[in-house]
Design a protein around this ligand. Sequence first.
Ligand SMILES: [Zn+2]
Length: 412
Amino acid sequence: MNEFSWVFLIALALMTGVELWLSLRQGKHVAANREKVPTAFADDVSLEAHQKAADYTQAKGKFNRFGSVFAAAVLLAWTLAGGLNLLFDGWQSIGLSESVTSVAFILSFFVIGSLIELPIDWYKTFVLEQKFGFNKNTPALFLSDLAKQLLLVVLIGAPLIWAALWLMNSTGDYWWLYLWAAWIGCALFMMWAYPAFIAPLFNEFKPLEDQQLKARVEGLLARCGFKSQGIFVMDGSRRSGHGNAYFTGLGSNKRIVFFDTLLETLDEDQIEAVLAHELGHFKRKHVVKNMGVMAILSLVGLALLGWASAETWFYQGLGVDSQNSALALVLFMLVIPVFSFFLHPVMTAMSRKYEYEADDYAASVSSGEHLIEALVALYQENASTLTPDPLVSAVYDSHPPATLRVAHLQAR
Ligand SMILES: [Zn+2]
C-alpha cells in the first residue's frame, strides 16, 4: 500500500458509490411515474406496456447494483488482494521463456476474468431477460458462444499481445507512440474484418429477400448518395427478442444489417425512417468524428501508461511486486475504467447531440412522422422506460430520452 493505493481506492469507492446512487435515483423516478403513461405517448402506449417497462427497468437496476459491487470486489481481488501477483508468480515458477510467460499470463487473465463473469451473464440471460420474455438463448448456444469467444481470444489475442509486448520492450522510450499506431491499425483492420470473418461465426447473415422492402431501401440509399456492399438480415432472434439495425464495415466495404426482430416489429415506412437515421450518422460524419475522439483518448491513455509503467509506485500501489510490461498492461486495463468513469457525461452529451442530428437528417430524407412511430414501437418492444431520471439519463444514455426525441422531431 502507498499513496497511489489510496487514490485508487478513493476513485473506486467514488465510482461505485455514484453508480449505486444513480441506480437508486433511477428506481425512484421510474416507480413514481409507473401509474401514468406520459401524455405525449398516451395514445400509442398502453398502461400495461408502460408498467412492464417500469418493472423491467427496476429489475435491471437491482441487477446492475449487484454487478457494480461485484465488479469492485473482483477488481480489488486482482489488485490489492494479490490476485495478479499470484497468477504472475504461478506462470513464472514454470520456468518458460520471458515472452511466453508474459503472453500466457495475460491470456490466462482474460480467460479467468470471463469465467468469473460467467454466472453473472448466465443470470442476466436465463433469469432476468427470461422473466420479461426477451431471452431466446439456450444453455447449449450460450456455452458454445463462450467457447468460441475464448478460442478467439487465445487465437487472435496471443499474436497481438506478443506484438504489443515486443513494441513495449524494444522500441525505446517512445514505445507508447508505436503501440498507439499499431493499435489504430488493428482497430481499422478489425472494422474491415469483423463483418466478413468474425460476425458470421456467431450469427447467420442472409441477403434481404423481401423485394419490395429492398427496392425501398435502395431508393433511399440512392437519394442519399450512399454505396453499400449489400443489405443483410441477421438472425438476432436466435438469442434475444431485442431488435436493432446497424452498419458495419469500412470504406466501400459497408454493409447494412437488419435484425430479423426489427423487421417483424416495424412496417416498411418505419424501417426506411430508421435506416435514414443510421445513414444520418454517416452523412453528418459522426462515425469519423467518433473514431477521431477514440484515437485521441487512446493516445492520451497510452502516454499515461508510458509514464506510469516506469514508476515503481504504480505497481506497488496496485498490489503487484514485480515490474514489467505484461503487468503494466493488465494493471492499466483494470484501473483505467475507474479513472475514466467521470468522462461518461461528456461522451454521452456528444453522442446525444449526434442522435438529434441523425434524427434531423432522417426527417429531411425520409419522414419524421414515420421515425416517431418507429421510436414508439421500438421503445415498447424493448420495454425501455419512457420516464428515466434526467440526471441518470445525462450520465449514461447515449440516446436522448424518447420524450425529448419525439418533441424534437415534432418541433421541426
Ligand atoms: Zn443513432
